[in-house]
Design a protein around this ligand. Sequence first.
Ligand SMILES: [Zn+2]
Ligand SMILES: [Zn+2]
Length: 245
Amino acid sequence: MFLRNLGSGSGGNATVVAHEDRAIIVDAGLSRRRMLDGLEGLRLEAVLITHRHHDHLGPMAAKLGAPVWIERENWLAAKDRASGLDGAQFFGSRSFRIGPFHITPFPLPHPGSERWTSHGFRIECGRKRLAYATDLGHAPDEVVEALSGVHVLFLESNHDPEMERASGRDPGTIDWVLSDHGHLSNAQCAETLARIGRPHTVVLGHLSQDCNRPALAREAARKALPRSTRLVLATQDEAGEPVLC
Ligand SMILES: [Zn+2]
Ligand SMILES: [Zn+2]
């Protein structure tokens, strides 16, 4: 199994998870071209959506030639906006199987005041395990548990709180980003990494373009991880290399 991020950040997210010639795409917030090119000929089995925000559920999600899987409250809140979601499949709190992938969704604290929430995924294939978690305001024990014991972890390292406060953004937005239901700061990401054991590779994602710097995210995470763990940063505009599980 491998994971390949195609682009990550508030400008759009999509990640390919593949085994042999079969793939799923987690989040579909990029252009159709970028997502299809990122598959490099793999057979797409499903599109998995973490939550309804535009950078994760874009207009092309249902136009990739595979069923869209989404949690029901997110679907209810988004179905009128994103065309082609009529035939969506729903996941709840139980594990489910798509092709060779055994998928366990888990709720993430984001955005707080709605009926819907974001979801992370733990994906297993044979003996290989990976986890994907982005858009969460903090990492409660249940989330730490879901991220533990995997070979590859994709985790958001969204912002530096000082840069966020000085950003000049709308105060309500700043308060929300920094809240328990917003996004993980670099320090919160690092604290989470320190609690999850020893993945062989960590991919940091969803870095804010305005309120973070790659060097800050990398430095915080590096201190929290054992030396043997490889650290990779996902970028907004370019697809990363495949990360083997
Ligand atoms: Zn997002
Ligand atoms: Zn979001």
